[in-house]
Design a protein around this ligand. Sequence first.
Ligand code: 5AD
Ligand code: SF4
Length: 436
Amino acid sequence: MADSKKLYIKTYGCQMNVYDSERIAEALASDGYEQTQDQSEADMVLLNTCHIREKAAEKVYSDLGRLKPLHDEKPDLKIAVAGCVAQAEGAEIMRRQPMVDLVVGPQTYHRLPAMMEQVRSGQQALDTDFPEEDKFDHLPKRVLPARNPSAFLTVQEGCDKFCAFCVVPYTRGAEVSRPAARILKEAEALTERGVREITLLGQNVNAYHGHKDGLAGLIWELSEIDALKRIRFTTSHPNDMDDALIEAHGTCDKLMPYLHLPVQSGSDRILKAMNRKHTADQYRALIARIRDARPDLMFSGDFIVGFPGETDADFEATMQLVRDVHYGQAYSFKYSARPGTPAAEKEDVPADVATERLHRLQELLSAQQYATQASMVGRDVHVLFEKKGRQDGQLIGKSDYLHAVHCDAPVEMIGTVQRVSISKSMTNSLTGILAK
Ligand code: 5AD
Ligand code: SF4
């Protein structure tokens, strides 16, 4: 192996990028790179970028600009750009920032070692293909020690839904599912490293078709791995919530009672313009069916306000849907036009109107989030302890409902699921004591 060099990765955006960054670090480990959290000591800085919302590319260019002095000081410093901005911008990145050595799209980072050869010989390397092969098959086995009992595992990438506002079908390409057998192997290897909870990732994860029985089939097989205690998945499209998956929420003990199910808007007119292919009432009916299967399930969602053409009445319909569903947690965004998407052609809602709507929606969603959290006080919940807390003797973990929980407990309990009686709800977390 080559001399040890330091790699600093900055990850933007979604959990899939967090997973990708881990796998990129593993791919570059074979090239002698060891990860560091300190950019100033890095021999290589890699920006793993996200393109989902506005100004993503500009943010990357300004981050690159900020790296310039470090590069001037250390001319041997390698600079790489990965992820969806790399995919979208390609060679433009090197044109605007010639110090960049390497640009790699989200589907080709298994080719990084070969690209590094090119970089070492003094050339710039660019690869933004959508190759036939599964990059994960060509990446090194996950041999690093587990850092956390909870891990992400990408099972599906890309999206065929073409929501009118979204760049994902263009940056990540068509839906591709990894075969179940490979995922099971990777999951087993993760549990051997101490992982007890796996979150299955996909841009449209419930459209997974790498198992003959879809995502539910994969979940049932994963649930047979003894050492694996918890399974989650994200992100889902309402139209892909099939019967088997809903049933699994009711009957599979290891599948956690939390579901991120974005709806984006509560107005049928806007849903249609967004190309979501379902109505608000169909979404309500789906929520009711899932709650029938698992009454305590906590819902999370994504919302966009100020989509082109959104009227006050459309926005009120979104507010009503939020009141009807009652989310435990949610993300909300002001619409931003993404070049190349169908909605980008349409006229924007005035910025101040969109801002005001976003504030109102966020107030409502925060109130629901606090209420859900507060409703945990006095209850016993299961917590997977993940790490030490700031205070001596305290551990931090996640409840079944994904709330962060602080609790005094022996350090040996890291990596185990315990019952905790919740005594207090704080802004972003809960406190409790080990249940008798
Ligand atoms: N503008 C605002 N929000 C967007 N999202 C995706 N594209 C856009 C856009 N152009 C949001 C959606 C999606 C989440 C990941 O990001 O709510 O579910
Ligand atoms: Fe984008 Fe999700 Fe719509 Fe796919 S389903 S186009 S990833 S918002």
